[in-house]
Design a protein around this ligand. Structure first.
Ligand code: C2O
Length: 350
């Protein structure tokens, strides 16, 4: 074992949990041509500034809703359709894509150091597809900032049954104005029944632990090394486990065996809240790199097996692109930024 995880075009049915909701096949449409290597966007192009849902305003959220509606209206065979975009996530979590040179092994992007970079690349293309369909080159994804009090719950705009942003397969008791429990888990330990104020303070402490005291090393924050030939899911980073996974489960319908849609990998991308949820995760990666620890600023891995790992994704022109971890490390070069969210938990030492 060793070397980067290189995603092959070969795609198989993958593994689904019992009682999964169809479609139970999530391979992308075959590309007529070989994948092209990723190139950075024009440095003179627009900078897309991702801002929190609660602050961008109704008009902006209507734009995101329109983008989702346009993606939903594309034929299912179009790799830019909402159907196929949701499948992208499914393919990379069910082992549908194979590793290059290892047809016996799937690519699993969760519970390892591939978690943050894969989702960044995925959102990058999703955002560009949305911008293209809207005819608005500066369009940026809104961020579901559940770590600050104004964002700590499902934003109203996602709960409107008439909106393309609505998903009927969510936990009804967590509809707004319910305050989110960032370290939520099913069964014992779930639903702590705190007052809103206590819950917010508790959430701050969770953030402090996951972002600061528990995340002093790249492997602790980004996840454990995962190289070609390794068993999948060597171990998640702090934030992948909580609040990433826990907020997926908090959002999904807890009465379903797999807490669909958001609560399980294969169906999570079917809920339009997935993308603003991941914009927040991505923003936390940026924030983590800016936090100066006892001795030095936190930094990413420098391991070539991480840097050279690669994924296959369709871009806004429906071209299949090979993108590496190295390609996504500088968001300024990717021409996007985050604004409008602070880090109110920065001093919430328990
Ligand atoms: Cu790929 Cu939020 O999970």
């Amino acid at each position: 074992a060793g070397g980067p995880i290189v995603t092959d075009q070969r795609c198989v049915r993958g593994k689904f949990p019992p009682d999964a909701l169809p479609p139970l096949q999530c391979c992308p449409p075959a590309s007529a041509s070989a994948p092209v290597n990723f190139t950075l966007p024009d440095p003179a192009g627009p900078l897309r500034t991702r801002r929190p849902v609660h602050a961008v305003g109704a008009e902006y959220m209507a734009k995101y809703a329109r983008a989702v509606a346009l993606m939903k209206a594309l034929p299912r065979s179009d790799p830019r359709s909402f159907y196929q975009q949701a499948n992208v996530h499914c393919a990379y979590c069910t082992g549908a894509h194979r590793q290059a040179g290892r047809p016996d092994l799937g690519v699993q992007i969760h519970f390892s150091w591939l978690f943050f970079p894969f989702h960044r690349a995925y959102l990058y293309f999703f955002e560009r597809i949305a911008a293209k369909l809207l005819g608005d080159p500066g369009f940026a994804l809104p961020v579901w900032a559940w770590d600050i009090p104004e964002g700590m719950g499902i934003p109203e705009v996602f709960a409107d049954e008439a909106s393309p942003l609505y998903d009927p397969i969510r936990e009804p008791s967590h509809a707004p104005p319910k305050v989110a429990e960032l370290d939520y888990s099913l069964g014992e330990g779930g639903e702590k029944n705190l007052t809103d104020e206590q819950q917010i303070l508790h959430n701050f402490r969770v953030m402090y632990k996951q972002m600061i005291s528990g995340a002093t090393l790249p492997s602790l924050f980004l996840g454990q090394p995962y190289r070609a030939g390794d068993p999948e899911m060597p171990g998640p980073g702090t934030v992948e486990w909580i609040p990433h996974n826990s907020m997926h489960i908090w959002t999904g319908d807890n009465s379903r065996p797999n807490a669909e849609n958001m609560g399980v990998y294969y169906s999570a991308g079917r809920d339009p809240i997935f993308y603003p949820h991941h914009a927040n995760i991505d923003r936390l990666w940026e924030s983590w790199r800016g936090i100066v620890g006892a001795r030095r600023r936190r930094a990413d891995f420098a391991d070539p097996d991480w840097l050279d790992s690669s994924f296959l994704l369709y871009d806004e022109e429906a071209r299949l692109v090979r993108i590496t971890v190295r390609d996504v490390l500088d968001i300024d070069k990717l021409r996007y930024a985050y604004a409008g969210v602070g880090l109110p938990w920065l001093n919430a030492r328990p």
